[in-house]
Design a protein around this ligand. Structure first.
Ligand code: SF4
Ligand code: SF4
Length: 350
């Protein structure tokens, strides 16, 4: 197989930048306050949303509703770090009649009811349909829980049914625990008397999670993952990401670019040249065993303690390849520099 076509983009997230108020240990895109503030330009906002316009699909409940894997969402990093740009993105999406738009936030900015309500009402007035509020112990290291509660309460006033709390189980658990302010992961685990971070909720061991949360999970040799399919799916039509550097980020696979979304038509009609992009060639057309052998031939040595997931292995291989040569599909390069080490605690943001 020499070429493979990128599926028409039925849904996805437009990343305004990788800059974030937090540096969560589980972040799939390795976002943090340390990234440069390379906000997407207004011209690129228009170009990207225009390119997506023909294929984006509304929620099954209608264009005025939201659902996670339909429509277009605005994300980052933390999109509320640049509220004027977020508002402009919503306005452009509305001008172009994009269905089922929503914004994703960690709620850091919800310091009082008045500002929270005013911003959300302005976004709704500009055409935004809903909001996804992030809640789990990794955000809670950075965002005081009362801001999360405020964001959810005011969002329900403003957006009604179109409020998704991801993950609602943690929201209820934090309320039961009476959490106030921020809480470190160690303290949270101590208070819940739990060592099982992923108990009852979804956690993808990819991106920074693979580097920083590996100690919580059993490791296996690389061979255990060679035949395992990518979960969640790698080459897919839904919930891909379009970043501020022009990368069409495959699914949740931070640091892997399927190409430049400025060329979306060409990518969907002519496809990706897999010979020019060998890492994509292995991931799409072969299997992880091929990528392991390719990296080995360049000097990669398998990690002695093993890997906690297929994505952990994939990331380790890609980090090694990035250090050895130029692979345009391993982009943006800064992703690999912002993953953090293995196991060290994240520093709370001021
Ligand atoms: S998970 Fe979200 S809030 Fe946390 S660092 Fe990543 S983008 Fe920021
Ligand atoms: S193994 Fe690699 S390509 Fe597959 S889902 Fe994980 S990070 Fe993505």
């Amino acid at each position: 197989m020499k070429r493979v076509k990128v599926p028409p983009q039925a849904s996805g997230g437009l990343m305004l930048s990788y800059k974030c108020s937090a540096a969560c240990r589980h972040c799939m895109y390795a976002c943090s306050p340390k990234w440069d503030a390379d906000w997407i330009s207004e011209a690129d906002l228009f170009a990207c949303i225009s390119a997506l316009r023909p294929s984006i699909q509304p929620s099954p409940w209608g264009a005025g509703s939201m659902s996670l894997n339909h429509g277009l969402h605005f994300t980052g990093g933390e999109p509320f770090l640049n509220y004027p740009l977020l508002l402009r993105a919503v306005e452009i999406a509305e001008e172009l009649a994009i269905p089922s738009t929503f914004v994703e936030t960690n709620c850091f900015w919800c310091r009082d009811d008045e500002v929270t309500r005013e911003r959300l009402l302005t976004l709704r007035g500009a055409g935004l349909r809903g909001i996804l509020v992030s809640v789990n112990p990794f955000y809670a290291e950075y965002v005081p829980f009362e801001r999360t509660e405020r964001c959810i309460r005011v969002s329900r006033e403003v957006f009604g049914q179109n409020v998704m709390v991801y993950q609602i189980e943690y929201y209820h658990r934090f309320r039961e625990l009476g959490i106030q302010g921020r809480i470190s992961l160690d303290e949270y685990l101590g208070r819940t008397k739990s060592e099982d971070l992923a108990a009852h909720v979804e956690l993808f061991l990819m991106g920074r999670a693979a580097r920083q949360l590996g100690a919580f999970y059993p490791a296996h040799p690389a061979r255990a993952f060679l035949d395992e399919p990518c979960r969640p799916a790698f080459l897919r039509s839904w919930h891909n990401h379009y970043d501020n550097y022009g990368n069409l980020v495959a699914g949740y696979c931070g640091g892997i670019s399927l190409g430049d979304w400025h060329d979306l038509d060409r990518l969907t009609q002519e496809g990706i040249d897999l010979e020019e992009h060998p890492v994509l060639g292995f991931l799409i057309a072969q299997d992880m065993g091929g990528l392991v052998e390719f990296a080995r031939s360049l000097g990669y040595q398998q990690r002695e303690r093993g890997y906690v997931s297929k994505c952990d292995l994939c990331l380790d291989l890609r980090m090694d390849l990035v250090s050895r040569g130029e692979f345009g599909e391993l982009s943006p390069k800064a992703f690999y520099a912002h993953l953090g080490g293995t196991g060290e605690p994240a520093e709370p943001a001021k």
